[in-house]
Design a protein around this ligand. Sequence first.
Ligand code: C5P
Length: 242
Amino acid sequence: AVAAAVVPAAGRGERLGPGAPKALRELGGVPLLVHAVRALARSRAVGLVVVAAPADGVAEVVALLDSHGLDGKDIRVVAGGATRQESVRLGLAAIPEDVEIVLVHDAARPLVPVEVVDAVAAAVRAGAVAVVPAVPLADTVKRVEPNPGRPEPVLDTPERATLRAVQTPQGFDRAALVEVHAKALAEEAAGAADAPPVTDDAGLVERYGGQVVVVPGHEEAFKVTRPLDLVLAEAVLARRRA
Ligand code: C5P
């Protein structure tokens, strides 16, 4: 069974500083989004990539993917939404009915190795409902009472050995992912806004009681969020090209 990948790429990327939408920022002269789509398309497990572009940038993204030689792949571009969750939902709606495995990959993780993409797809194919690649943490993590701009009281310190930093692509049984997105949308519409925000798709599966499993991620699958991440990504790319 061949998988389809959804790439939410409609974010503004404000933490990266002023400029173009994050997915269109360049790394080694190539937009982050193009790196991310290439990384997915390189996997034999992936047969289709659906990009959720900024709503006012669909034509631009189509032209961009074509100009970077991706016009031979099965790639579709849809308008994304106001939140990452909405962008994923809109991308999911563009996947043909017969596709049973869906990967969701951030445009902001341009350097994910193809081995990670393959491993996530394989774990879903082997029967997992939801699979996330993740890495152990270098830093100790503390939970705090948020108090921006002031010293924040520490509540507790989770045992570091039990923590994982989660990456993408995350892999899902398609029906399960569509179902949790629909449930979340229905709850939002009903005004049930007291649940904490979910920052990844696997988090939605967890919210509704599904089992999520972790497989090894890769240090090069980090997310480009802040300016320093771009510096690091340029260095990784230069090392690969050397
Ligand atoms: O902001 P953050 O780094 O968490 O964004 C993760 C991914 O979600 C990025 O690839 C971003 O483009 C995407 N996104 C989106 N639609 C939004 C907000 C974020 O597709 N409205």
